[in-house]
Design a protein around this ligand. Sequence first.
Ligand SMILES: Nc1nc2c(ncn2[C@@H]2O[C@H](COP(=O)(O)OP(=O)(O)OP(=O)(O)O)[C@@H](O)[C@H]2O)c(=O)[nH]1
Ligand SMILES: [Mg+2]
Length: 319
Amino acid sequence: MAGNCLKEDCYPEETGCNHEGCDDLSDCQFYKKEADQSSSEEKVKDDFYVRVPWTGNTFGLQDLNFLTSTSPVILIGVTGVASAGKTTFLATLYCLLRHGHKIGSYQFAGSLTLTGWENIAWYLSWNTRNDIQFPPHTSSNAGRIPGLLHISLRNESGDKKDLIFTDAPGEWFGHWIVNKNDSNAAGAQWVHEYADAFLLFADCETLSGTQLGKARQQTKQVADRLKHNLNHRPLGLVWSKSDIKLDEEVKKQISDHIQNAPIPNYQEFETSVRNDISTDLQLNILESIDWILTALSGETNELPQVERFAPTDLFLSKR
Ligand SMILES: Nc1nc2c(ncn2[C@@H]2O[C@H](COP(=O)(O)OP(=O)(O)OP(=O)(O)O)[C@@H](O)[C@H]2O)c(=O)[nH]1
Ligand SMILES: [Mg+2]
């Protein structure tokens, strides 16, 4: 049951009544108050709900349906174990776009999940004496799909791209590398199945610390899972938190492992939310997305030559 409605795809408290179109929810035959809400029964009766098309929050599957039915969407799977820097990367990306930075020739042109973006970027927006706050750890619920963040991009020629980023809890990938059929890994499996491209996060902080052995193994294991049935989907390795120095030998071991079999679209990026030492670590976040868009746009097949009787034949008739 979704929210307090008997219909699976209806969220009356968020979007209003989807099936009966009732303004007063108590008129709806499918609306059902939960037993423990009996105390607020009177309140619900008196409430008047206005139907809104979306909440601005992170998308779920239902919202994705609405978007994909009107535009082609590029789903980017942001993957890696817990605390690898995934959410901070996404929040930094949003802050950069908010400041007018471009992804290649594409500029920010809107988002259906502005509240979702602001919820994670809010923390980075308070920067006192170069001391930033970080978004909270993404909580691992029993969900089967991750939170989905949307942006629309447009270039000067008016071409539009709709991107969706997954903001999944790292724990899902932790379970996924142990057993891909684990019920706690269903969300990671969903990302693997449906994403058009992947970013895999290798955390320079843990890889340069006492947890090196475990972190290195987990990064390789997530890579191995992603590479299965990868086909031509781009896989970008993000050396997150690159403001922290990482031994080149460790980098090489992980990089060599990932490339032990050829990957058609593979690239590495050093990124960080911190740009202290006049590096391009922040801008590399934009680079990584630009690389995905370029790799995916090259994917279109060449149109076959149509046989025709004579080049002057305007009707392309075969005779
Ligand atoms: N030095 C440094 N630390 C960072 C950076 N990005 C993130 N961190 C640290 O890493 C922690 C985890 O970052 P998150 O972005 O929450 O990581 P995550 O992969 O989303 O983690 P889960 O939600 O648990 O999967 C943050 O709380 C920061 O302490 C970075 O660019 N540089
Ligand atoms: Mg997170």
